[in-house]
Write a protein that binds this ligand. Structure first.
Ligand code: GLN
Length: 289
């Protein structure tokens, strides 16, 4: 039986559609690119090529089939391929960390808009893969970029990502929020950002899609998802330079709450920024000069 690449991808996409993937064709393409080492242009150029005649290709087909079966079970594509693109950077992913999402690029944009000084110090709290810190580092090579994470596996992954992207202005340390920074001689950051856990424990969203496979500690926070946002707002001030900014990603229903917390903690210029879906996704405030 002959099978073309197009037919293979079509069949895989149909299986994924039945398994409720929100992006069946793209998933199938990403997984084939992963096993075959080809890029998307190659896929689109050689769609009518017959597969499975060479012995090595049969091996690739078997691997592809196993990946599609795993995706049918719901496993996120980013965990199956071990990578995800964020801010145009190719990042290694692992099950120890949240998968970087396009929404979080809003946080990077908001930070960059407040980073017009040629140099400064940037801190990303709960960095995970290092996505936000590395995106910022790639745009501001003269800033010193730091990321912390409570999971040693995340710190190791973020360091690996920095090394493979050759972003030498970014470093990562193991810390439970600000704990490891307290002993250092009062570092002052011009920008502190975070994409903390902010989903409520009871949120039905946790039972659907990729989040089922991501670490709960990166997703869920107490007090209806507000506990870590509040913690960061209450403690970041001590680490911010005068006039420095705190920018936080949060859930699309939390903006009013987060702005209130920022104002009560004494931040000025408090505002929220919308993501591409039109939701208030990031709120920020400035430490008074
Ligand atoms: N934005 C993610 C989601 O809703 C959650 C990220 C987070 O909790 N920080 O799936």
């Amino acid at each position: 039986m002959t099978l073309t690449l197009d037919a293979l991808l079509r069949r895989a996409a149909e299986r994924l559609l039945h398994a409720s993937s929100p992006s069946p064709r793209l998933d199938a393409e990403a997984l084939w690119m992963h096993v075959s080492g080809r890029d998307r242009t190659w896929l689109y150029t050689w769609g009518d090529r017959t597969l499975g005649e060479a012995p090595c290709e049969r091996f690739l087909l078997a691997r592809f089939d196993a990946l599609i079966a795993a995706r049918v079970q719901g496993l996120p594509v980013a965990y199956l391929t071990g990578e995800r693109e964020f801010w145009g950077l190719r990042l290694a992913t692992s099950r120890e960390t949240l998968i970087p999402r396009p929404d979080t690029e809003t946080l990077v944009e908001a930070a960059l808009e407040r980073a017009d000084a040629p140099a400064g110090r940037f801190l990303d709290m709960g960095t995970g893969t290092g996505a936000v810190a590395l995106a910022f580092a790639s745009e501001r090579p003269d800033w010193q970029v730091h990321g912390v994470d409570v999971r040693p596996e995340a710190v190791a992954l973020a360091r690996r990502n920095a090394a493979s992207l050759e972003l030498n202005n970014a470093d990562f340390i193991h810390s439970d929020w600000f704990a490891a920074l307290v002993d250092n001689p009062a570092p002052a950051f011009e920008l502190i950002v975070a994409n903390p856990p902010y989903i409520a424990e009871s949120d039905p969203h946790l039972a659907r899609g990729d989040v089922r496979f991501e670490p709960r500690s990166a997703l869920v926070a107490g007090d209806d998802g507000r506990a870590d946002l509040r913690y960061l707002i209450d403690h970041a001030g001590a680490f911010l330079a005068a006039g420095g900014w705190l920018a936080l990603e949060h859930g699309h229903t939390q903006a009013t709450d987060v702005r209130g917390m920022l104002e009560r903690a004494g931040y000025t210029q408090v505002a929220s920024v919308c993501d591409l879906g039109g939701h208030e996704r990031v709120s920020l405030g400035q430490r008074p000069v």
